[in-house]
Design a binder for this molecule. Structure first.
Ligand SMILES: Cc1cc2nc3c(=O)[nH]c(=O)nc-3n(C[C@H](O)[C@H](O)[C@H](O)COP(=O)(O)OP(=O)(O)OC[C@H]3O[C@@H](n4cnc5c(N)ncnc54)[C@H](O)[C@@H]3O)c2cc1C
Length: 335
């Protein structure tokens, strides 16, 4: 067993996702200055020429070796289709850890990989505590009300998924002149991939300009927003701040916005630097998705609303007055 670490690289279009760079940071933490190599697994369609530039980028962020798996059926992404290629790479490299982003892709892939390898899996890791001979992993439990510290035992490789937006992303190391990238970029043999089903078409329900799970600022609306027009007001504030719009389940259920915006226990888990909750009461299921935000601002006309108990700043008032005022003030400051 080596001290190598494999990260599973994720891209949005042709761009590496921030969580991939955070996975590199996690791998560096796990190496703890010891000798060992960081490998990245990158998958995509067989005619995707941008994979090579992503691989080169990974090398510049401190990854030592990149393994590219290309297949006609790897795009659109399906965990079950990519899994055999990834499992082969892991079996060959025998790394100590496999680090995967706790994204919608990663959440599907990581437990399947652990099952295929008969190894342990720790999900949704928020902190890695690593020393030369041991690593512990902290993760939220009971919908974020408590944290537990776990460590692996038994036979590696160990699989962990890291919560996006929680680690600092890897820093672009001094660009290295790679004279022979072929030495660091390897093609994975993907012949004989068995398919039980094929995704024929993916319908994009929403054009998310900023991915909620990676957004640094989120303006979220609840039932208090009263309708799609209310969400337009939130969007203006979000645009002014360069942030994304999120929602409570009640707002989605009421048809005010798309379910893709839902934050919470059964929605997305977000960790922005700033979370502005507008007309959201603060039910435990909503808090499960946003309570790890660095700064929480609540705007609610009910001073007894539970959201105020976790908010860093609270504004008791009507969001239809407060939000446009904030937007105007921000616009004026900018000009
Ligand atoms: C199994 C399960 C899973 C769930 N998963 C989720 C989840 O993932 N995400 C989620 O959000 N919920 C989830 N829920 C639902 C959750 O329990 C709450 O019902 C929901 O979060 C309430 O949403 P809300 O705060 O927008 O609505 P409400 O509780 O109705 O609160 C609306 C708030 O708006 C305020 N308000 C009204 N008008 C104004 C105004 N003009 N200005 C300012 N404030 C105003 C009110 O004072 C009130 O506090 C789940 C529930 C269950 C049972």
């Amino acid at each position: 067993m080596s001290d190598h670490i494999v990260i599973v690289a994720e891209r949005k279009g042709t761009t590496l996702r921030r969580v991939t760079l955070e996975a590199i940071t996690a791998a560096i933490t796990l190496l703890h200055g010891q000798s060992g190599t960081i490998h990245a697994f990158l998958s995509g369609s067989d005619n995707d020429n941008s994979l090579i530039s992503s691989a080169n980028e990974l090398l510049q962020y401190g990854v030592h070796e990149v393994h590219i798996a290309k297949h006609a059926h790897f795009e659109p992404y399906q965990a079950t289709v990519v899994l055999p290629a990834l499992t082969d790479v892991i079996r060959e490299l025998q790394p100590k850890y496999v680090v995967i982003g706790h994204t919608s892709h990663g959440r599907e892939l990581a437990p399947r990989l652990a099952a295929a390898l008969h190894s342990g899996y720790i999900a949704d890791v928020t902190t890695i505590e690593s020393s030369a001979d041991k690593a512990s992993f902290v993760r939220p439990i009971y919908a974020g009300k408590a944290f537990e510290r776990r460590h692996f035992q038994g036979v590696a490789p160990y699989v962990l998924s890291i919560r996006p937006n929680n680690n600092a992303p890897a820093i672009l190391v001094e660009p290295v002149e790679i004279t022979n990238p072929d030495e660091h970029i390897h093609q994975v043999n993907c012949e004989g991939i068995q398919l039980s089903s094929i995704v024929q078409h993916v319908v994009k329900r929403i054009n998310e300009e900023i991915d909620l799970t990676e957004a640094e600022i989120i303006v979220a609306g609840g039932r208090g927003v009263r309708g799609p027009e209310g969400f337009a007001i939130l969007k203006q504030l979000a645009d002014e701040l360069g942030g994304a719009v999120g929602a409570s389940r009640a707002a989605c259920d009421a048809g005010y916005c798309d379910y893709a915006l839902q934050i919470g226990q059964t929605g997305k888990v977000v960790t922005p630097k700033l979370y502005i909750a507008c007309g959201i009461s603060g039910a435990i299921q909503h808090l499960a998705g946003m309570s790890q935000s660095r700064t929480i601002v609540a705007i609610n006309k009910d001073r007894e609303a539970p959201i105020f108990s976790i908010a860093d700043y609270g504004i008791v008032g009507d969001l239809f007055e407060v939000v446009p005022l904030l937007t105007t003030q921000l616009r004026e400051i900018r000009q």
